[in-house]
Design a protein around this ligand. Sequence first.
Ligand SMILES: [Fe+2]
Length: 567
Amino acid sequence: MNASDLSRLIPAARDGKPTFVIRDARVVNVFTNEITETNVAIAGDTIIGVGNYSCEHEYNAHGAYLAPGLIDAHVHIESSMVIPASFAQILLPKGTTTIIADPHEIANVAGVEGLRAILALSKGLPLDIRFMLPSCVPATPFEHSGATLSAADLAPFLNEPNVLGLGEVMDYPSVVAGAPEMLDKLACCDGRPIDGHAPMLTGRALNAYCLAGPRTDHECSNFRELKEKLRNGMVILIRMGSAANGVLEMLDGIVAENLPTDRICFCTDDKHLENIRSEGHINHIINVAISRGIRPLDALKMATIHPATAYGLKRVGAIAPGYRANMILFDDLHTIEPKLVFANGVPVDPDAPIPSPAVPDAVKNSVHAAPVDERRLQLRARTFMPVIETVPKQLVTRLVHREVPTDENGNFAARDGLNKLAVVERHHATGNVGVGIVDGLNIRGGAIGATVSHDSHNIVVAGDNDPDMLKAIETLKRCGGGFTVVSHGEVKALLELPVAGLMSDAPVETVLEKQRALLDAARALGTRDDCDPLILLSFLALPVIPEVRLTDCGLFDVSAMSFLYQN
Ligand SMILES: [Fe+2]
């Protein structure tokens, strides 16, 4: 806060001159664990006091609970497939008023220009967006992404007011091995928040990792892991987004052992629009935590003051003088459904579209793939070919070897439930195409393609015939990226994602409608209904999730960290 803000706010607080008052609310105090029926005074976007205040503009809460706005401690905006303004429009009515975002998806496509773009797109929104700088771009050396980010690339962004520190350090083997490029990135963010990402890391390796700087972890999948990481000084972010491994067991363990919760926060990581709309956001995790026996005030603090403290956010996470007037109003302390949300002191209208800053040119037209023809999709069959077998309801895959059907030229022919999978490099038109075989998608009479393909976001396409796969690739190239379903030469559904091939700047309702149409079209091709085939497809090229993945370089055995074959 600068001197001119202070010279305006101090007299307003001292002399009782707010611009807006929320009257007769049961106000949650996260410092004392009290709930007090009182008034909250606001001047502009700032809370100036709690107590005996009144003014011309008042909102009567009629005894409803008033708590600080909720904080998502770790999220990737791009996973929602909409730009920050649209994301804000979905999140604010659910009570989330601050997010800590890691923009590593757009950074993998557009590097520093991508970072600049997402910072620009987040300016001036009623949602408070803070950033952690992507630490692992590209995610692995086994694929080609759009960019590489070094410590020197990241350093200038540390001067940006909304940049907090270093984002999830997924490449934990490099940290534990002391790889110099990784150490440079850690050193450049020394003294700032550094997010960890170390699934199942334990013992001395975990000690080495913690010593290197990462101070949070959102990858715990059981209580024992959570406790070891807490002991080592990490702040645990319990994740419930589209992935939610072991959350109930961890919550039950916290309750059973009466663990202190001041170093435990909540995050969504990745959660899709439709799910946020239907289920809720951070408020949903709070409600699950309460249902497992976490005390309501403790659960609220895990989504407000604790993440604010962990990330050094000074004026967020509490209802007290000098804090930003981000608050949620709700009736039931055990099931938190915000009925009104205040963002920067202004009541949020869920139906009012939030205007977005212009999309920078640097992240438009991001699909640059060399021409692909049927020959590039051929895969010479051998006895017992390696096949990617999907696992119901999970992102992990199994590596199996099968005798596969062939055509008259001895190439793999996609039939008998086996689909062809291709990953086409789309950033620098290198002409790299990886081709593999996938079991479990069950596509019949068509193809599904996407430019959302973690983490390098090349074009990934699966199908049972080459012409439809090629049509899907061409369609995505023409529209600047997105998702498409093609059948018998016809585009059955298309969601254009013109911002880096990852996000749409269309109205939220349009995006939701197109997402539903895509899913319907994919189901019409015979895909199983126990998983979302579009999400499954978008993870088949990520060579950090076991056991086998296809990248633009070839088929990769994640357990062995080596290629089964390269194209
Ligand atoms: Fe993440």
